[in-house]
Write a protein that binds this ligand. Structure first.
Ligand code: MN
Length: 496
């Protein structure tokens, strides 16, 4: 990667912006990081350029690219923040400081020694709330780190991949950057669930190419059918489902491949909303739709702002095919999320808005359009307005929504334990320690005795009561949720 490639990418969306500062920053980091080699054998400079390139792809502004190039400067060179401030100004220094700060935060899923978890997630969210670009730069940095993860020691690979899967991919999703979310998940998938990943890869190979060939075959005639009825098709292409999201869907469908209709889907982009519905009508007139598979995310957008119409029909040769219909604006938003807003709205709009939301600064300027479109930012504002009695309470209300299918509960001394939805006190006990699980005789939720099969809820404090020489019960297998608990109980009976 060269700085010219980064600048060319940037110019595609910012043709009139002066890029001198980007070039100057490049020379600055080249000097500062000179001869630094990362574990994968490549110069650190390559990592910085890759990060900046991703930011240019996300259509971010000059300050983001400059901060992207500078993001490792405080950690890997003797250069101090005051120097950055002097040379690049307050805005850049603020971004660089924010990224460095997030880098120090470590997410440990099963490490009960990590007492600062609640505080850490809070820090990430607060850094993000102050200036969303901090997180976007962090996501770009993480993307390249994931691409070069192979070079790191094994235990580190697992930790970083898990953190990517459970914190950064959901963040990208929350910000509506679907493409980045998919990439991050697919890069992390083989490190976190190697066996499951291999199974998916093996099973998907033929299916993908078959599906893809079929979609490519029908595309011209679908286009013709629509055009004949007066629809202007701006673009029609196939999209392939990401591996990790396919895996999650299969889990929901008991690994039944026959119920997956959107391995490869046909995406149709038309000029406006009227044409979206018109196209839907024409498709349904020609091919019979499957009942219950029409999803109107235009009338009712997803939580993260995603809009499209999805429908599944018996298409040519009777093959079940998913169509996704949307406008160019919706497409932009689905790919670039909040970054697309950044590009379309006046630069200061979003930042001011979030600042106002967080610090309730009084300002005349308001970006009504954004307030309406960014439900998520609105939520953040709502959360900030509420008075939380403790950081725990604050973080709970925030992250529940972020990491939707996970719950967070607490040990009596305040450690956070992260479990899948529907988890029980037994899952919790095994998460603490296998012996605690094996010897569990009872549990208290928020100080009250409970049954061992009770489903835990976010924010509860769980206390496990143990008894020496107690054996795990086979009945537990009927309700435990985590694979860790399941395999421990099974192993116990295999051994004994
Ligand atoms: Mn980095």
């Amino acid at each position: 990667m060269t700085i010219e490639q980064v600048i060319n990418k940037f110019r595609q969306t910012h043709p009139l912006t002066d890029t001198q500062i980007i070039e100057k920053t490049y020379l600055f980091v080249k000097e500062a990081h000179h001869n630094q080699i990362r574990l994968n054998g490549e110069p650190r400079l390559e990592h910085l350029l890759q990060t900046a390139y991703t930011l240019a792809e996300l259509k971010l502004d000059t300050a983001s690219l400059v901060a992207g190039l500078l993001h490792d400067i405080l950690e890997y060179t003797p250069i101090k923040l005051t120097q950055i401030e002097k040379q690049f100004g307050n805005e850049i220094a603020f971004l660089v400081e924010g990224i460095t700060y997030i880098d120090k935060i470590r997410y440990h899923k099963r490490d009960k020694a990590a007492k600062d978890q609640v505080e850490n997630i809070r820090k990430i969210l607060l850094a993000m709330a102050k200036d969303i670009r901090v997180i976007l730069i962090k996501l770009a940095d993480r993307l390249h780190n994931m691409k070069t993860l192979d070079a790191l020691p094994k235990e580190k690979q697992k930790r970083i991949a898990l953190e990517t899967l459970e914190i950064y991919a959901p963040l990208a999703y929350r910000l509506g950057i679907g493409e980045l979310k998919g990439q991050l998940e697919d890069l992390a998938f083989p490190y976190v669930y190697p066996k499951e990943y291999q199974e998916i890869v093996d099973q998907v190979k033929d299916r993908y190419s078959q599906n893809k060939r079929y979609i490519e075959k029908i595309t011209p005639s679908v286009k013709k059918t629509l055009t004949k009825k007066g629809i202007r098709v701006i673009e029609i292409h196939s999209r392939t489902k990401h591996y990790y999201s396919l895996y999650k869907k299969l889990l929901r469908y008991d690994m039944d491949w026959h119920r997956i209709y959107d391995l490869v889907a046909l995406r149709i982009i038309v000029p406006d909303i009227e044409n979206c519905y018109a196209a839907l009508g024409i498709i349904h007139k020609n091919w019979r739709p499957l009942i219950g598979r029409i999803k109107d995310y235009i009338a009712i957008p997803k939580h993260n702002g995603y809009q499209s119409i999805h429908t599944t029909v018996f298409c040519q040769e009777g093959k079940i095919t998913e169509f996704q219909i949307r406008t160019p604006q919706m497409h932009q938003k689905a790919e670039h999320g909040i970054a697309a807003h950044w590009h379309y709205t006046e630069k200061r709009g979003l930042k001011d808005y979030i600042r106002q939301a967080i610090f309730r600064e009084k300002s005349e300027k308001k970006s009504h359009q954004l307030i309406e479109e960014l439900t998520w930012v609105k939520q953040l504002q709502e959360w900030q307005k509420e008075q939380f009695s403790s950081p725990d309470e604050f973080i709970n209300s925030l992250k529940i929504d972020f990491l939707k299918d996970r719950i967070f509960v607490f040990t009596p001394n305040g450690d956070v334990i992260d479990l899948p939805e529907g988890a029980t006190p037994i899952d919790f006990a095994y998460e603490i320690h296998s012996d605690v699980g094996d010897q569990c005789t009872g549990a208290k939720i928020d100080g009250k005795m409970t049954t061992l099969s009770e489903q835990l809820k976010n924010g509860q404090v769980i206390e496990i009561i143990t008894q020496k020489n107690k054996k795990p019960s086979r009945d537990w297998l009927k309700f435990v949720k985590t694979s860790q608990a399941k395999s421990r109980i099974k192993n116990y009976y295999k051994k004994n």
